[in-house]
Ligand binder design. Structure first.
Ligand code: GLY
Length: 305
């Protein structure tokens, strides 16, 4: 058994490891771990600790993918709900659909027993308004929120603001290869914006026969390149894990126009190998790894593309 997740996974990684050791279903175990990440205010890119959209509303995205069946459950731009990874799992288990968004996802959450929670932290609300205020003229401020938001796009593309996610991959010879994600998306995003975290093939993909991949940071790039699916399809076509990740990195590198930033790729293959590669993200990128030969999970450094 192998479990890989990005550095933000710290509040729940050990819980998932313990559940996997006890023989739990890998998707259920990952969703349990992610639920702890979503409830941790110190993780500033996921769930309760994340940043709101431009209107000051938290809209979270999440997904699960079962690599044995290629079933997917995803939710996007869901207001007032935690844990959204668990809600995505419910979509997979209970509906014929793959993805629910916005108010429909919230309605389904109520039907399946999720409470309506105020997900915006007081501190996030303060920082959100201070940042937005800087971009607004006195007229825009007086009219807010009834003012066009697109002219305020500098807040969305602020390099200081994270575009992170928590992404998890579990691989086991018997139990298969699976993926799960969760994020509050880009800070100050335009309302209704979906990132790559709920989009199968972009932010995550899993196929137990070949491997899985999941991405953090600039979803606008992985959605344009179908990064996660590219990696798994390349492995199906005979590429090694390293070559499959290189192909996906080259495709990201070839993008022109639009918003371009950094991406971190997490990938595993069906032979027990893993790779975490940083393409153009600033700073130190680390990830969590646990293999059943390890007494404790380890925090490791990603390689640079
Ligand atoms: N990768 C996270 C996002 O773009 O929302």
């Amino acid at each position: 058994m192998l479990l890989v997740a990005n550095a933000e996974a710290w509040p729940g990684f050990k819980t998932t490891v313990e559940q996997l050791k006890a023989g739990a279903d890998p998707l259920t175990a990952m969703v349990e771990g992610i639920s702890l990440v979503e409830r941790e205010p110190k993780v500033r890119s996921v769930g309760f600790g994340g940043w709101p959209n431009m209107l000051g509303v938290m809209e979270c995205d999440a997904a699960v993918m079962d690599g044995n069946t290629r079933e997917v459950g995803a939710v996007g731009a869901v207001p007032n709900t935690i844990p959204v990874a668990k809600l995505a799992h419910e979509v997979m288990k209970k509906l014929p659909h793959v993805m629910l968004t916005g108010e429909g996802a919230r309605r389904f959450a109520t039907e399946t027993g999720f409470s309506v929670d105020d997900v915006l932290l007081e501190d996030s609300k303060r920082v959100w308004w201070e940042r937005l205020e800087k971009e607004m003229t006195p007229e825009q401020k007086a009219a807010f929120p009834n003012t066009p938001l697109a002219p305020l796009l500098k807040t969305i593309t602020d390099p200081e603001r994270v575009r992170d996610t928590t992404v998890w991959l579990a691989a086991d010879r018997e139990r298969g290869i699976h993926a799960a994600t969760s994020t509050s998306g880009w800070a100050w995003k335009y309302p209704g914006r979906l990132g790559d975290s709920p989009i199968p093939g972009a932010g995550y993909y899993a196929d137990s026969r070949y491997g899985a991949a999941a991405c953090t940071h600039t979803g606008e790039m992985t959605m344009r390149s179908a990064t996660a699916r590219t990696i798994v399809l390349a492995m199906k076509l005979g590429y090694s894990l390293t070559d499959a990740v290189k192909l996906a990195v080259d495709e990201l590198d070839e993008l022109a126009g639009g918003f371009l930033g950094g991406v971190v790729i997490h990938a595993v293959d069906a032979h027990g190998n893993h790779q975490v590669t940083n393409f153009r993200c600033q700073g130190e990128i680390r990830y969590w790894l646990w293999e059943d030969s390890m007494p404790e999970p380890e925090l490791r450094d990603a390689t640079n593309a």
